[in-house]
Design a protein around this ligand. Structure first.
Ligand code: SDX
Length: 431
C-alpha cells in the first residue's frame, strides 16, 4: 500500500509539511494525513466525506466514472448472472467464491439458523400494526443481542463467525415477520427444504391455510435483487456500521445502527420514495410539470432514484435491475405495467435534459427496484427492509474487516468550531 510519493502542504509563513501518498490496487491514491493535527494543529474539513477515505478495504470497488462495481474483484454483472445470493455472501465474507463443498456447508449452516428465539416474537406486539416496518426492524434486530450471550466477544473470530451466520440467517425471518405483523397474519416459520430466497418468499407470502407454491423465476429475480444490494463500499449505512463497531459494540447493535441509517430517503429509503414519486406523477402527461418542479430549487422536489455520490455515469445495478423488471413483469403478464412504462419514459426524458446530464444524474439502483418489488407483491413500505436484508451481508463483512484491521481506532472525527467563545453565566435577572 505504501509508495515513495509525497504530497506537500504549504500552510503559511513559509511553513510546509510532506505527507506520504499511498496507493491501492486500483482506484484513487490517498494522502495519509494521520499526522496532520499533531504536526500543524490543523484539521482537514470535509463534511459528507466527499474526498475522504475512512479505511482501507479489500471487499468492494466502485469506479463511478466507468460504472464499474466489483465484489472482491468480480464484476456485479457476472455475479448477478452466475451466482446466487449465498455464493455472494460467502464471497463478501471470506474473500473467495465457495467451492461446491463450501457452498453446501454454508447453505446448511444458514438454513439451520433461520429460526428466531420464540420470545423474540413478543417484541412485535409492542408496536402498532401500522408502524413503519423499518421502525420494527431496527428494534427487533437491535434486541437480538439480548439473546446471544454465547458470542459477545468480538475479538474471538469464532464468535464473530457465528454472529455473522445468525444475522444472515435470521434477517429474512425477521423481515417477513415485520410484514406479517403489519397485515395481521400469523408468522410463518422457515422451512429447511427451501433455498434461502424461496424460504423468504414463503415466509412473506405463505399462509398456514395452504401450500405456498414457489415460482422459480420470481425467486431467481429476488435473489438477484439481493445480490445487487449486498454491498457498496463505504456508503452511509456501511460507514455507520463501521463507526458503531469501532467502539466495540456487538454486531447486532451495529447492524441495527446500519438499518437506522439506511432508512433515510437519501439512501436506502429512496426506493420507497421513488415508487411514491411515480405514483404521484401518475402518468406520462404529467412528467413535464414534475421535471419543472425538480429544476426549481425552491420546490425541494428531487428525482428520486436518480443521482449518486460515486456513480457519475450509469449505476451498473440500475441496468441489471431494469432487465430484472422486464423478466418479472413478463413472467407475471404485467408487460404494460403503467409505472414501469412511466419510469422508462421519465428516464428517457431526464437523460435528454441538460439539467440532469450536466449534474451527472443517472438512475441508481433504487430507480427500478421499487417497480420489480411491487410486481413481486412486496408492499412499498417493505422495500427498504428488503434492502436491509440484502445489505446485512455487506455490513457484516465490512464490520468483520474493520475488527481485524490493525490500523482501526475508535472513529472520532473533530470539527471546525464556529460557536460562542468562552463567556460567563449571567444571573437570572440579567438574561
Ligand atoms: C443509495 O452511497 C451509496 O453507495 C448508496 C447506495 C448503496 O448501495 O449503498 O448506492 C444506495 O443510497 C442510492 C442513492 C439513493 N438516493 C436517491 O435516489 C435520492 C435522490 N438522490 C439524491 O438525494 C442525491 O443524488 C444523492 C444523495 C444520492 C447524492 O447526493 P450528493 O452526492 O451529495 O450530490 P448533491 O446532492 O450535491 O447533488 C449534486 C447536484 C445538486 O445540484 P446543484 O446544487 O449542483 O445545483 O445535483 C442535484 C443537487 O441538487 N441533485 C438532484 C438529485 N440528486 C442530486 N437534483 C434532483 N434530483 C436528484 N435526485
Amino acid at each position: 500500500m505504501s509508495s515513495n510519493r509525497k504530497a506537500t502542504l504549504n500552510y503559511g509563513d513559509g511553513k510546509s509539511i510532506d505527507f506520504p501518498v499511498l496507493g491501492g490496487t486500483i482506484g484513487p491514491d490517498v494522502v495519509d494525513i494521520r499526522t496532520l493535527y499533531g504536526k500543524t494543529g490543523m484539521f482537514t474539513y470535509d463534511p459528507g466525506f466527499l474526498s475522504t477515505a475512512s479505511c482501507q478495504s479489500t471487499i468492494t470497488y466502485i469506479d463511478g466514472d466507468e460504472g464499474v462495481l466489483l465484489y472482491r474483484g468480480y464484476p456485479i454483472e457476472q455475479l448477478a448472472e452466475k451466482c446466487d445470493f449465498l455464493d455472494v455472501a460467502y464471497l463478501l465474507m471470506r474473500g473467495e467464491l465457495p467451492s461446491t463443498a463450501e457452498k453446501k456447508e454454508l447453505d446448511y449452516v444458514i438454513t439451520h439458523h433461520t429460526m428466531v428465539h420464540e420470545q423474540l416474537n413478543r417484541f412485535f406486539s409492542g408496536f402498532r400494526r401500522d408502524a413503519h416496518p423499518m421502525a420494527v426492524l431496527v428494534g427487533v434486530v437491535g434486541a437480538l443481542s439480548a439473546f446471544y450471550h454465547d458470542s459477545t466477544d468480538i475479538n474471538n473470530p469464532e464468535h464473530r463467525k457465528i454472529s455473522q451466520h445468525r444475522l444472515i440467517a435470521k434477517l429474512p425471518t425477521i423481515v417477513a415477520m415485520c410484514y406479517k405483523y403489519s397485515i395481521g397474519q400469523p408468522f410463518i416459520y422457515p422451512r429447511n427444504d427451501l433455498s434461502y430466497t424461496a424460504n423468504f418468499m414463503r415466509m412473506m407470502f405463505g399462509t398456514p391455510t395452504e401450500e405456498y407454491i414457489v415460482n422459480p423465476v420470481l425467486v431467481r429475480a429476488l435473489d438477484r435483487i439481493f445480490i445487487l444490494h449486498a454491498d457498496h463500499e463505504q456508503n452511509a449505512s456501511t460507514s455507520t456500521v463501521r463507526v458503531a463497531g469501532s467502539s466495540g459494540a456487538n454486531p447486532f447493535a451495529c447492524i441495527a445502527a446500519g438499518i437506522a441509517c439506511l432508512w433515510g430517503p437519501a439512501h436506502g429509503g429512496a426506493n420507497e420514495a421513488c415508487l411514491n414519486m411515480l405514483e404521484g406523477i401518475g402518468d406520462v402527461s404529467k412528467i413535464g410539470e414534475f421535471i419543472r418542479q425538480v429544476k426549481d430549487k425552491n420546490s425541494g422536489v428531487k428525482l428520486m432514484g436518480f443521482g449518486h455520490r460515486v456513480y457519475k455515469n450509469y449505476d451498473p445495478r440500475a441496468k441489471l435491475m431494469r432487465e430484472t423488471c422486464h423478466e418479472v413483469l413478463g413472467e407475471l403478464g404485467l408487460g404494460d405495467d403503467r409505472l414501469f412504462k412511466l419510469s422508462m419514459e421519465l428516464e428517457k426524458i431526464a437523460l435528454s435534459d441538460d439539467y440532469f446530464v450536466s449534474r451527472k444524474l443517472y438512475p441508481n439502483v433504487d430507480f427500478y427496484s421499487g417497480i420489480v418489488q411491487r410486481a413481486l407483491g412486496i408492499p412499498v413500505s417493505m422495500f427498504t427492509c428488503i434492502f436491509a436484508l440484502a445489505r446485512t451481508v455487506g455490513w457484516i463483512a465490512q464490520w468483520n474487516e474493520m475488527i481485524g484491521d490493525p490500523d482501526q481506532k475508535i472513529s472520532r472525527p473533530r470539527q471546525l468550531y464556529t460557536g460562542a467563545t468562552q463567556r460567563t453565566v449571567p444571573p437570572m435577572g440579567m438574561r
